[in-house]
Write a protein that binds this ligand. Structure first.
Ligand SMILES: NC(=O)C1=CN([C@@H]2O[C@H](COP(=O)(O)OP(=O)(O)OC[C@H]3O[C@@H](n4cnc5c(N)ncnc54)[C@H](O)[C@@H]3O)[C@@H](O)[C@H]2O)C=CC1
Ligand SMILES: CC(=O)C(=O)O
Ligand SMILES: [Mg+2]
Length: 588
């Protein structure tokens, strides 16, 4: 099928037939009037260059007279866009501005992001994306991606035909656990959109190769359901067999239509996310970002933090606040690297033995086998059977077990209190404090509180960004322990190698490469994550290593294996710059 651009370049514009005097239905049924016109390119975010169309292009495409005189460069446009972006005062206004820019001109949007990652990420991604999800029905402007509801059951494969590109990456959510904000129904779509913006800006996927999907199975968020502007299916959220069969239809339809496409599960609540991953991890190319991506990024930060503390990974004792998908994902991967560390001494310990060095605390307190009530499957491997008394608060657990590291993935803001943080500092020369819940208000403590209450001793990271903290004349840069450092590169590696699956070792490889991107000098300053500004080069390194791992495990489906994976990955990478229009149709 010809793209609108191709059609417009090939067929001359029909002479005006006086559309104003015609009825709407006549206009739509008249093929001459309804053929995509040459001016459509100004409304096609993939190809639009706006004021940067050259005079020649303007003539060729019938745009002469439709744009102001001056022909601008992308750099000129960038200066204007940045000025406009900065003129908005609230984060949500900035979010709306950037979304509109994305709808208008993707090249300019991504160039703005890539060149200003540190400034724009908190808008496109956490924390502001959380506010946008909460208010999606209020701030709604235009549609992006696919919304597939329960009512589409039985025809999902046909629905996919409505998407006009072949995606390399789908990020899908059902909106049931959006950041630490809970069930946001179809508003959760903001997360796949934000994650995919990072796939483009942070790893170099081409925008047309990305597809955000919201599986709408209802919502239990009564406030949303009572709002007359709510855009999703207004019914109780469906779970159980009906949910799994709906998800299965979607996933099998994706596999059938786009067999090489990677599916990233995002922000599915923990009653379904583990099972979805187990069911599909060997059936199609997929991974769960909250379990595996978070595990990898925190392992990376933990390995570097361990170096800063001078305590080997295997010797740490960790308390997790929260025992959900993210905590269990992180704990599993840390147990693995602790085992690998222990293996270096020739001691054959098991991953399960290393799990004994971890204490998970959930809303009922320390997770134990004996505490009564139902123990969810994902907690079983961590449930303690060696406690004499039930401990119901984080403070009690920290007091009793004196952990070297405290990791917050609870979604509960302000729960690492002064007393808990002071205790961490009393018990450790350099306590590790990771307050990883998103968005900012849900962070277990702020960077400033962590530094102040541990008297500047802690090695800190948070899920959402915090400003620098000055303590005793020293400026401390809080690290951002967020899966955004992992999923773009992991996804890129899985896609370029056309991997059959995403294996555990591919994920572990990603985390090791990320850890190695931090230099000795960074570590001396206490930095355990690299700068976000270098995410593109980091993603290439991660992707190359992940692809090599895929080959090693016999998962790569390429018929000819590249000698130089870094170069191969770089060849795939999209740079936000205006393409010669002759090339544009190749993307269709
Ligand atoms: N920094 C990062 O890259 C990531 C951060 N997260 C954040 O982690 C948080 C949790 O995510 P998931 O594990 O997926 O959610 P989840 O819903 O699976 O788990 C939350 C856990 O917190 C526990 N919890 C709830 N209230 C509590 C309380 N008052 N006291 C103690 N424990 C309590 C729950 O019992 C549950 O075990 C969210 O805020 C999310 O944004 C998640 C993934 C990645
Ligand atoms: C970062 C992320 O994936 C989350 O907070 O859910
Ligand atoms: Mg998530």
């Amino acid at each position: 099928m010809k793209s609108p651009l191709e059609q417009s370049m090939l067929s001359p514009l029909s002479p005006s037939t006086g559309g104003l005097t015609r009825s709407r239905s006549q206009v739509f049924s008249d093929p001459e009037l309804f053929t995509p016109s040459k001016t459509n390119i100004l409304h096609d975010s993939t190809y639009n260059k706006g004021t940067a169309f050259s005079r020649d292009e303007r003539d060729k495409l019938g745009l002469s007279g439709l744009l102001p005189y001056k022909v601008e460069t992308l750099e000129d446009q960038l200066r204007r866009a940045l000025r406009q972006f900065r003129a908005f005062t609230t984060p949500i206004e900035k979010y709306i501005y950037l979304s509109s820019l994305q709808e208008r001109n993707e090249t300019l949007f991504y160039r703005l992001l890539v060149e200003n990652l540190v400034e724009t990420m908190p808008i496109v991604y956490t924390p502001t994306v959380g506010e946008a999800c909460t208010k999606l029905h209020e701030v709604w402007r235009s549609s992006r991606g696919m919304y597939i509801s329960l009512e589409d059951k039985g025809r999902i494969r046909r629905l996919l035909d409505n998407w006009s590109h072949v995606p390399d990456i789908i990020v899908v959510t059902d909106g049931s656990r959006i950041l630490g904000l809970g069930d946001l129904g179809c508003g959760g779509m903001g997360i796949p959109i934000g994650k995919l913006s990072l796939y483009v800006a942070g790893a170099g996927f081409h925008p047309v190769k990305t597809l955000p999907v919201q599986l709408d199975v209802g919502t239990n968020n009564q406030k949303l359901r009572n709002d007359d502007l709510y855009l999703g299916l207004n019914r109780d959220r469906v779970r159980g067999e009906e949910f799994y069969s709906f998800a299965d239809e979607f996933l099998m339809a994706v596999k059938d239509k786009w067999p090489k496409c990677l599916v990233q599960f995002e922000d599915f609540s923990n009653d379904v996310c583990f099972e979805l991953l187990e069911k599909y991890r060997n059936k199609l190319l997929c991974f769960n970002d909250d379990i595996q991506g978070t595990g990898a990024v925190i392992v990376s930060g933990f390995l570097n933090a361990a170096k800063v503390t001078g305590i080997r990974p295997k010797d740490h004792k960790i308390v997790f606040f929260g025992a959900g998908s993210a905590s269990v994902g992180v704990a599993d991967q840390i147990a693995m690297v602790m085992k690998l560390d222990s293996d270096k001494d020739g001691k054959q310990v098991t991953v399960d033995e290393m799990r004994r060095r971890m204490y998970l605390v959930d809303s009922k307190g320390l997770v134990t086998k004996s505490r009564g009530g139902r123990l969810e499957v994902h907690k079983v491997a961590y449930a303690r059977d060696d406690v004499e008394e039930e401990l119901t608060s984080l403070l009690e657990v920290v007091k009793k077990y004196k952990p070297t590291a405290l990791i917050g993935l609870s979604g509960q803001g302000q729960t690492f209190t002064e007393e808990i943080l002071s205790l961490m500092a009393e018990n450790n020369e350099k306590p590790i404090v990771f307050a990883l819940s998103n968005p900012t208000n849900n962070s277990e403590c702020s960077a400033e509180q962590a530094v102040k209450f541990t008297k500047g001793k802690c090695v800190f990271a948070s899920g959402s960004p915090f400003p620098d903290v000055t303590y005793e004349d020293k400026v401390i840069k809080p690290g951002q322990g967020n899966n955004m450092y992992i999923f773009p590169g992991l996804g890129l590696g899985a896609v370029v190698s056309e991997s059959k699956n995403v294996s555990d070792l591919m994920v572990l490889t990603a985390s090791q490469v990320l850890a190695d991107c931090v230099t000795e000098q960074d570590l001396k300053k206490g930095d355990i994550y690299p700068s976000l500004a270098s995410i593109r080069s980091i993603s290439v390194k991660i992707a190359a290593a992940v692809a090599r791992q895929s080959v090693k495990e016999g998962l790569c489906r390429l018929t000819s294996i590249p000698d130089d994976w870094e170069q191969y990955v770089k060849n795939y990478v999209f740079e936000p710059a205006y393409a010669e229009l002759g090339d544009a149709s190749q993307l269709q």
